[in-house]
Design a protein around this ligand. Sequence first.
Ligand code: OGA
Ligand code: MN
Length: 286
Amino acid sequence: MQCETMAGGFGVSITGVRVDALDDAGLAALLGAWRAHHGLMVFPRQQVSDAGLLAFSRRLGELDLPPNQENGRQSAPGFPEIYVVSNIKDAAGAPIGALGDGEAVWHTDMSYAALPPLASMLTAREIPASGGSTWFCDMVAAAAALPADLRARVAGLQVKHDGTYNSGGYLRKGVVATDDPVTAPGTLHPLLVRIPETGQASLYLGRRRLAYIPGLSRADSEALLDQLWEIATDPRRVYKHQWQLGDLVVWDNRTTMHRRDPFPPSERRRMHRTQIKGTAAPAPFA
Ligand code: OGA
Ligand code: MN
């Protein structure tokens, strides 16, 4: 197994290993490298099968069901825990997956849940000739980059995570539309969380749309969130993954966020994803 730190120190590229044939020592080494690189690991051209993807995912924990998206829960045929991200339509014209071909804005997965998934992993089954790259940002580095006064301010605050819209801007199926961050339903999590495995602080923002910091006026909440988002998505702390067929990318949902570039509607893109259940609600970094 070869581990190569990616440019900027965020993320690790791992080769020389089959994720569906790991012994316990191999798994421990891999998880150690993952945590040391702030929760992002890439396996170029891993070419894992759906059964292998599930088997590897289960070694990381129990699995969550796919999120409710604009078309409901879209799973791979025969694999209810595998979520399909795709713009492809079936013979009847119905989308086989979520998020279409547009941009998916910065987010972390399912943070509107009281117990958000610890990690997600995505593998590329079909990729467009251009566009459709997935970007990741480093929220441990973002927390470390907060000026001391800002860090002290956010340490005592929570933010409301919205579950109304997904990252493609679509209303989730069966959910009531709203545009007021103050009254919108959502789940509160601390802004600055502690990652138990490493003891590190991570900035936990979830998604920008309909986010709100309770206790602040709407204007103050928007201003503070804008400031934090600028730090979180600073281009110096971002990794762009340009997919090759069979690539597998695994991310910690507490220490990273991601977004996706749009791609031409005439191109086909199909990704398979699993999501690993969290074992504890995000806890404040005290
Ligand atoms: C996801 C996601 C973006 C992409 O699967 O959670 O946001 O690049 N995917 O497909
Ligand atoms: Mn996502």
